[in-house]
Write a protein that binds this ligand. Structure first.
Ligand SMILES: *Cc1c(COP(=O)(O)O)cnc(C)c1O
Length: 230
């Protein structure tokens, strides 16, 4: 299978999942997760019409961004240390992995320097797994209130990376939990916050995520094949 075939196949499956729930497929964006994959494969996906890419490692991203010559959009989706935020400044349109106030403050500070605002998502660790980053569900509402006060970040929704389950149906409760949490925060009507995005679903469970309301699905392996390191 070529990258182009893989993308087509995923888009078809997203469409079908939308249809099952009466959702508009235009409300779901595919984030092609290109971490560890060379610039050439990103360009191949871009030529197949894929416009949005997700990266997880700062150094790798900044190197590859220089190499990719086609006009694409980047989201940062990986764990982020505050001292590396400056390398992303102005180069990504959304950061999915904001899990603490200090990180949001640093993002705010960096985007202030260029007089711009960046979209962010709060990453929620619903199962409170020690191996994963993310705020607890209980802490999320208070974090959202604090983020609302930062003028150079705009909270756009929530992201989660649920526990791995062989049967994707088993992760459905986490996806619906994220949707409910997002609805609760939306109901607060916080200034500068618009809870329209739910970043959830990966290669093996994105159809379930779309059925549960995902607006951003982050898919790597099903597009580019298995990763060889990390
Ligand atoms: C790597 C990664 C993905 C993509 O996972 P696949 O199983 O390869 O689709 C999605 N989200 C995050 C946060 C990742 O780090």
């Amino acid at each position: 299978m070529t990258i182009q075939n893989n993308i087509q196949n995923i888009l078809t499956r997203i469409d079908a999942a939308c249809r099952r729930r009466g959702r508009d497929p235009d409300q779901v964006r595919l984030v092609a997760v290109s971490k560890t994959k060379p610039a050439g494969q990103i360009e191949e996906a871009a030529r197949a019409g894929q416009q949005l890419f997700g990266e997880s490692y700062v150094q790798e991203f900044t190197d590859k961004r220089e190499e990719v010559k086609l006009p694409v959009t980047w989201h940062f989706i990986g764990h982020l240390q505050s001292n590396k935020v400056k390398y992303l400044r102005g180069k990504v349109s959304m950061i999915h992995s904001v899990d603490r106030l200090s990180l949001a403050e640093e993002i705010n500070r960096q985007w202030q320097k260029i007089g711009e605002t960046v979209d962010i998502l709060l990453q929620v660790n619903l199962a409170e797994e020690a191996s994963k980053s993310g705020a607890t569900a209980d802490a999320t509402e208070e974090l959202a209130r604090r983020l609302a006060a930062l003028p150079h970040v705009r909270l756009r929704g929530l992201m989660t990376l649920p526990p791995y389950c062989d049967n994707p149906q088993d992760v459905r409760p986490y996806f619906s939990q994220l949707r409910h949490l997002s609805e609760r925060i939306a109901a607060l009507n916080l200034p500068n916050v618009s809870m329209t995005e739910l970043s959830m679903g990966m290669s093996h469970d994105f159809e379930v995520a779309v059925e549960e309301g995902a607006t951003l699905v982050r898919i790597g392996t099903a597009i580019f094949g298995e990763r060889e390191y990390r």
